[in-house]
Design a protein around this ligand. Structure first.
Ligand code: PPE
Length: 322
């Protein structure tokens, strides 16, 4: 995967890619003491647009609050602007954007109050997160032997970097077993989410997804709710058992990186006829149009990047907000 770009934004400065480095003694590296977002920008008829930018940045701030950071070095508006500058500076058509707020210094006594967070934003071209054939053929998944976080062990509403050790365990195991993705159960044994996506099942034309209590409140999940409602599908948030997935007509996963991908098989059991089903296809189609600014009623989800103005290589003095 090529992650190169021209610029990475660090603490207000647009740095050339190779200059965006950190010291070995950065506490975030040792303890996963960081929060991040995964955002995509797409080429639309009106130029590049970041999909649901403000919601992602607000979730970054929420993650920071959940983790206990008391001071955020920038405002929501500044971070939104910086993200657009990164997309513009790198001249990408479609790209993935990764802001990371990380414990940069201090905090070695495991107390965030003694540390200082810094913010960096990178972008790269990241197509086919779940593999090149995922969109056409769907993917094969297993139920992980690893349990998803108990909500009082790790904070499930926050994209805390350290949380992702759990995803690493599950996905590595899953791929070593020959699957493409892992489905994780919550500590009560109900379906929670995948390592980097939320999950839906379709039965008798109705969409069902686990409630957000033990999982990340996915922004794609939310977009899919809106699309499904507008397409006239019934949907419900309710506990989902493992075998409900086995007997579903369709199962699909969704997330910013993965987008919307059907599951062809779970635990060696074919789902439906083993092909991405009609409901998933219908939702996928609208989602793909919406992210590219081609559906008028969802255009407010697209935050256009003004490419006519020159790139700002640095931002004004950081604001300190609670
Ligand atoms: N659950 C988890 C655990 C998760 O990481 C993601 C996003 C989602 C659900 C879906 O959330 P949303 O993107 O708001 O619809 N996973 C991000 C990180 C992937 C990675 O490998 O890193 C992403 O899709 O950007």
């Amino acid at each position: 995967m090529a992650m190169e770009s021209k610029y990475i934004w660090m603490n207000g400065e647009m740095l050339p890619f190779e200059k965006a480095t950190l010291h070995f003694l950065t506490p975030a590296l040792h303890y996963g003491a960081a929060v991040f977002e995964g955002i995509r920008s797409y080429n639309t008829p009106k130029g590049p647009a970041v999909f649901r930018l403000r919601e992602h940045v607000e979730r970054l701030f929420d993650s920071a609050r959940v983790f206990g950071f008391r001071e955020f070095p920038w405002t929501v508006d500044q971070v939104c602007e910086a993200i657009k500058q990164v997309v513009k500076a790198n001249d990408f058509k479609d790209c993935y954007v990764r802001p990371l707020l990380y414990l940069d210094a201090g905090g070695w006594n495991l107390n965030v109050d003694y540390g200082r967070p810094s913010l960096a934003i990178a972008a790269w071209e990241w197509a086919n997160y779940l593999g090149e054939e995922a969109l056409a053929k769907g993917i094969r998944a297993n139920i992980s032997s690893f349990t998803r976080h108990h909500p009082n062990v790790m904070m499930t509403k926050a994209k805390i970097s350290g949380n992702y050790a759990n995803s690493f365990l599950a996905k590595t195991e899953s791929q070593r077993l020959g699957f493409e993705e892992a489905i994780m159960l919550d500590p009560q044994g109900y379906v929670a989410e995948c390592t980097g996506e939320n999950l839906f099942l379709v039965r008798n034309g109705k969409l069902i997804t686990p409630s957000t209590a033990p999982v990340l409140e996915g922004i794609t999940r939310d977009a899919i709710f809106t699309i499904a409602k507008d397409l006239g599908y019934e949907f419900a948030e309710q506990p989902v058992s493992r075998d409900q997935l086995y007997v579903a007509d369709e199962v699909f996963v969704c997330g910013t990186a993965a987008e919307c991908i059907g599951l062809s098989e779970i635990d060696f059991r074919r789902i439906g006829d083993g092909k991405t089903g009609p409901v998933t296809r219908a939702i996928q189609k609208v989602y793909h149009e919406a992210i590219r600014g081609r559906v008028a009623k969802y255009e407010s989800w697209c935050d256009y990047v003004d490419v006519s103005q020159s790139i700002k290589l640095s931002l004004d003095t950081p604001a300190s907000v609670e």
